[in-house]
Design a protein around this ligand. Structure first.
Ligand code: NAP
Length: 519
């Protein structure tokens, strides 16, 4: 058993008591324990603000970009060892682990690259300046500057590596120090990453702190210059958003929560086409990859009524190839869910779906690929809801596991958009069609309810990226149920961590202050 520590106020510290036990979800073997009991999280926040914040603000965007580059390299250099940790503590297959870890160093590298496109200074101009009076001398210019607080990052259990890195990349480049807290049950991977970053000494002191274990009173110490970025379940998001100190100081909060992501098959997609292959491949991958524990995974699958039988046959064929088991075994291509509580919730969620939908495929509950009676396994389950309604579980309840539900529709873009919107706001929906009027009705109808819509069409079917892959260049987030948050999106990812301020006065002075003209 490894005693996990937090890295606070520039040093490794361990809380009191036994703490939470982290296990291997395939074998239930205890791996580590984490506790934050008794740690002075208020002092850690002050240290991050005073020491880390001052160092980062003294650096230019390019210098901060160089830090991100070194972080990315340090993670990449230990990629194989980190993959083993994700297999052990996350129940990840090798491929799942790469998705998380490569996403981590890749996003840091992408933001390091972005720093070269930013001004070679410390202030970000925001749009063009405007003349305010009769004389061109009286001028207004919006600029963005780093907030003088801490970026508190509370992450979900499902992406311990990427979650830490994608949030940190934006905050650090913007010039804000980070206090990062991973989901405790799978924190071993984030812990190993923090360890290697500390060992590599790539960050200024206080720029990245790490809370390993429960959040304790962390959020009681936030103030008006701090920000809170949360990823996790919507009920936790609601309670954090309503926290006493968060409300008292009007703390800026970003929530990335549940999402009933959808895939929509257009009526024009032909049998045997690459485009149909793309659609089926995306749905099947999202059920299997990370055992369905991706916030962007497709949960609802809308298919024209007359194509249902064909789609079910193709999907069942794909799902039948899943070999669920201990991901440490080479033949396994889907692991367990992360915890016994997740397993309980997923099974309860499937039971809810079964009230309004029937199972068309369920993999075997026990397999020869894991120790009998051990592990938090849930077989891939595909359901069909033939009479959907806006208040049924298919449209109101996220089942965070290898589960999706097929829903027939009449083949019009308008109907597809209306049905998908019943999900109450999501991270991503993918639409597959070459029919321009259909795409126009579906995509523009879906757009207000999503952070991202991906369009699969024949000409890009061979090179399309999976809809569940979050890209640093595009925003990640979504309205309503998804939390109304927004992360990444290239330069947009810095907005949350910077204060936009309107400067008003003599144009010559403003141009020097905003970095447009040398002083
Ligand atoms: P969760 O139970 O809401 O936990 C998320 C994080 O919040 C964990 O770090 C957790 O810490 C922490 N937390 C819980 N209660 C807290 C409190 N009172 N004060 C401060 N922190 C608190 O969610 P999860 O089970 O880890 O993740 C699954 C959910 O996340 C799914 O619903 C999924 O859709 C969502 N998700 C969304 C996205 C997205 O980008 N939109 C991405 C991934 C996951 P402990 O682990 O120590 O309890």
């Amino acid at each position: 058993m490894i005693d996990l520590r937090s890295h606070l106020s520039g040093k490794w510290v361990r809380g009191a008591g036994a703490g939470t036990t982290l296990v291997n979800p395939a074998t239930e073997e205890p791996l580590a324990s984490a506790t934050t009991e008794g740690l002075d999280l208020g002092a850690a926040m002050r240290f991050a603000r005073d020491v880390g914040g001052a160092s980062l603000r003294a650096m230019t965007f390019r210098q901060r970009g160089a830090v991100l580059r070194e972080m990315s390299k340090a993670i990449h250099a230990r990629r194989d060892a980190l993959i083993d940790v994700a297999i052990q503590n996350g129940g990840n297959t090798r491929s799942d682990a790469k998705f998380d870890i490569d996403g981590a160093w890749g996003t840091l590298a992408a933001y390091a690259d972005l720093s070269a496109e930013l001004p070679d200074g410390k202030v970000l101009p925001d749009g063009d300046g405007v003349q305010l009076g009769r004389s061109p001398r009286l001028f207004g210019q919006h600029v963005r500057v780093p907030r003088h607080g801490v970026a508190v990052h509370v992450n979900a259990f499902n992406f311990p590596a990427w979650g830490l890195a994608e949030k940190a990349a934006c905050a650090l480049l913007a010039g804000m120090p980070v206090v990062s807290k991973p989901g405790t049950s799978t924190a071993l991977l984030a812990y190993r990453i923090m360890e290697l970053l500390v060992d590599a000494a790539v960050l200024p002191e206080g720029a990245l702190s790490f809370v390993c274990g429960g959040a304790g009173d962390l959020l009681d110490h936030v103030g008006g210059q701090d920000v809170l970025a949360f990823t996790g379940g919507s009920s936790t998001g609601r309670s954090l958003r309503g926290g006493k100190a968060v409300l008292a100081h009007s703390v800026r909060v970003n929530v990335e929560a549940d999402s009933l992501n959808a895939a929509v098959l257009g009526p024009d997609v032909e049998a045997g086409s690459d485009l149909l292959g793309l659609f089926v491949g995306d749905v099947a991958r999202d059920m299997q990859q990370k055992t369905g524990q991706k916030c962007t995974a497709i949960r609802r699958v809308y298919v024209p009524k007359d194509r249902l039988a064909e789609v079910i046959e193709l999907l069942v064929e794909r799902l039948a190839a899943i070999r669920m088991g201990d991901p440490a075994r080479e033949e396994v291509n889907m692991g367990p869910v992360a915890t016994s509580a997740q397993r309980r919730d997923v099974l309860a969620g499937i039971a809810m779906l079964e009230q309004v939908a029937r199972v068309v495929h369920r993999g075997p509950a026990e397999t020869a690929h894991h120790a009998a009676g051990k592990g938090y396994f849930v077989p891939a389950t595909l359901l069909l809801s033939e009479s959907p309604s806006g208040d049924d579980a298919v449209h109101t309840h996220e089942v965070f596991g290898p589960v999706a539900t097929l829903v027939p529709y009449d083949g019009t873009g308008e109907a597809a958009a209306r049905l998908v919107s019943w999900g109450g706001g999501g991270l991503v929906t993918s639409v597959y069609s070459d029919d321009r009027p259909f795409l126009s009705a579906a995509v523009l109808g879906l757009a207000p309810f999503h952070g991202r819509v991906t369009i699969g069409s024949s000409k890009i079917a061979q090179q399309a990226l999976p809809p569940g892959m979050v890209l640093p260049q595009l925003i990640h987030g979504g309205p309503g149920r998804a939390g109304s948050g927004e992360e990444l999106g290239g330069r947009r990812g810095l907005d949350f961590y910077t204060q936009r301020v309107a400067l008003q006065g003599d144009r010559a002075i403003l141009e020097v202050l905003s970095g447009a003209r040398a002083g």
